[in-house]
Each structure stands twice: as C-alpha cells, then as structure tokens.
Design a protein around this ligand. Sequence first.
Ligand code: M6P
Ligand code: ZN
Length: 186
Amino acid sequence: MENNILKCPIFYNSTTGDLSGEEIVQSKRTLGEIKSIFKDSDKVTENDENKVAYKVLAHFPVEENTSGGLFFGTSILSPGKVGDEYIMTKGHFHSKKDTGEYYWCISGEGMLILMDEDNKCWAIEMKKGAIHYIPGKVAHRLANTGNEEFVVGACWPSDAGHDYDTIVKTGFSKRLIDVNGTPTLV
Ligand code: M6P
Ligand code: ZN
C-alpha cells in the first residue's frame, strides 16, 4: 500500500456479468449433477451428463454465516431443455429464513421461479435490466427460456445459507415447461 491508496482487487463487467480478480470463486453444475430436479431426468443422455447447466462466479468477502456481510455473484445458465423443461438452477430457500436477496438480469431471458412456505409458486419474467427483490422465506430458482446464455446477478446476506434439502424433499410445486413454444408454469 502506497499513500493509503489501494488497487481495486475485483472487477465487474456490467455488460457480461463477468467477475474477475484473485478473490473470485467459480463453480459449476453439470446436467448430470442436477438431473434429478427435472421431470424427465431420464432424458439426460450420457452425452449430456457433462454439459454445464450453469456456472456461478462469486465474491465471498467474509466467511459463510458471518452476520452483517454480503455476498455477490453472477449465475450463467446455458440455453436448452431437458424434455420440455427449461434448464434451471437447483433453487433454494435460505437457511436463515428471514433473509432476502436481489437478483437482476444482465443478459438473455428467463424466469425467476418463486415459492413460499405454503408451496404457492409463481414466476416473474426476467429480461435485461430487470431487478427483483426476493423476500425472506421464499424459495428462488432461475430458468433459461431463451436461446442464449441467461446471465443473472445476485447479492445476498453472508449468513443466509442455502437450504436445498426442502427443495429436494418437496420440489417446487410448479414446473416451467415449453408448451408449443410458450414458457408455461404447470
Ligand atoms: C445465485 C445466488 C447463489 C446461488 C446461485 C446458484 O448466484 O443465489 O446463492 O448459489 O445463484 O443457485 P443455486 O444455489 O440455487 O443452485
Ligand atoms: Zn438465495
């Protein structure tokens, strides 16, 4: 450090959603890893198993579960379907129930699928520039309904945690499927 002026350690490309810098953590989920979330999981062929369903770039400035901190990330969903169901994220409730999250669409098009604790399920269209506040106690999942990558930014509390188990047990009560070319929640 010279004269108390620091160099910025991370960079965000607001056009592509790309995050870069030493502290950025990258993860990915293949179709094989998440196939059980799809209605027609048997339609994921051996060939498709290694296909990347989505990648996440994230910045975790504090340890997970630290109260008062924030995490920041970009989710990049591949286009495509499993049967008639659009490629989607696993989706989760937050372990700390009263924590919210922001999602915003950077590029592509898709839907934010939401479900409350009474299993009431609905979806919101996402296109470039759309910002969505997800309140606490609402499970959230993204689905890519377009022909290009669907890129979504996210910011969430560092103590929110991910409750995937509830989704594994009960699933979302509705699925987003392609009905004659129209994304439909059924
Ligand atoms: C966003 C955030 C992350 C989340 C990621 C992938 O970047 O909500 O917390 O992990 O999307 O979603 P999921 O964990 O449901 O697979
Ligand atoms: Zn979340």
